[in-house]
Write a protein that binds this ligand. Structure first.
Ligand code: KIV
Length: 299
């Protein structure tokens, strides 16, 4: 039997019942299917895609339509995980009405079950309006990547007592406005613990220490695909980056030497006849992505 879909009430309950909530980012169906199979509770289509998928210097250029494009791919593959879409820079800041229109568009066309937005006290009114309209909101306080220029870079927040009070006030404001969870990014571990004990919604940490109710990492980070840059808060749970480079080197070597493809990967001169497809019939079942190319049982 398939595991039931993770819901907003189920995530809220985990604050009290545990286990802690495991969140990962995902941007495409193949990765989402694997992370879902691995038991990730939440898949976040983060605006981090601007950096890790598009290769931009920060998240600012990402658009709502780009988030929705990746969201549809992730939503098709996420059978158990709850799917959240990040509201990109410029899609909610100007007014509550704009936030409502953008979030509704994301739920309608991105396959999302909730949205995430950056900001605390200043965006409490936006969060209240979205949740009143039935749109679940995951908030995000502490280090806010969309405010990279205002913050003078990707800097740890809440290091002194008055700044810690500011971040705490942001977390309280978003919880009181109706957010069902809040990402705590780039703050000291003691502050992560303090906020987690103070508010009634789950805290999801990224560089916020072990005291949070859950953790989030960018999928390429936890898979070790950036061997040249490892932020302090990242742990590699695999070393796929070096494996991909080694696999590519092996492939290049075999292609250049004429060793690949061998007979095992080659079609015979008289392949078995394939049954004809009905008009409009798709050769690949939805939800079960196949490797690219024709079926491989021919000799
Ligand atoms: O954009 C993103 O991926 C995020 C997470 C890292 C929290 O905001």
């Amino acid at each position: 039997m398939k595991d039931a879909k993770i819901t907003v009430p189920a995530l809220l309950a985990r604050k009290h019942t545990g286990p802690k909530i495991a969140v990962l980012t995902a941007y495409d169906a193949t990765m989402a299917r694997l992370l879902d199979q691995g038991g990730a509770d939440v898949l976040l289509v983060g605006d981090s895609l601007g950096m890790v998928v598009q290769g931009q210097a920060n998240t600012l250029p990402v658009t709502v339509d780009e988030i929705c494009y990746h969201g549809r791919a992730v939503a098709r593959a996420a059978h158990r995980a709850h799917v959240v879409g990040d509201m990109p820079f410029g899609s909610y800041q100007s007014s509550v009405e704009h936030a409502l229109a953008s979030a509704a568009h994301m739920l309608k066309t991105g396959g999302f079950e909730a949205v995430k937005l950056e900001g605390g006290v200043r965006f409490a009114e936006h969060i209240r309006a979205l949740t009143s309209a039935g749109i679940p909101v995951m908030a995000h306080v502490g280090l806010l990547p969309q405010s990279v220029h205002a913050m003078g870079g990707f800097r740890v927040q809440g290091k002194d007592e008055s700044d810690a009070e500011r971040v705490l006030a942001d977390a309280i404001a978003v919880a009181e406005a109706g957010a069902y969870a809040v990402v705590l990014e780039g703050i000291p571990a003691e502050l992560g613990q303090r906020i987690t004990e103070r508010i009634t919604i789950p805290t999801i940490g990224i560089g916020a220490g072990p005291g949070c109710d859950g953790q989030v990492l960018v999928c390429y980070d936890f898979l070790g695909m950036y061997p040249d840059f490892k932020p302090k808060f990242v742990k590699y749970f695999a070393e796929l980056g070096s494996q991909i480079v080694a696999a590519t080197q092996a492939y290049v070597r075999e292609v250049q030497a004429g060793e690949f493809p061998s007979a095992a990967q080659s079609f015979g001169s008289s392949p078995k006849k394939q049954p004809a497809l009905e008009t409009g019939q798709k050769p690949v079942l939805p939800g079960a992505p196949k490797p690219y190319g024709p079926a491989g049982d021919e000799s």
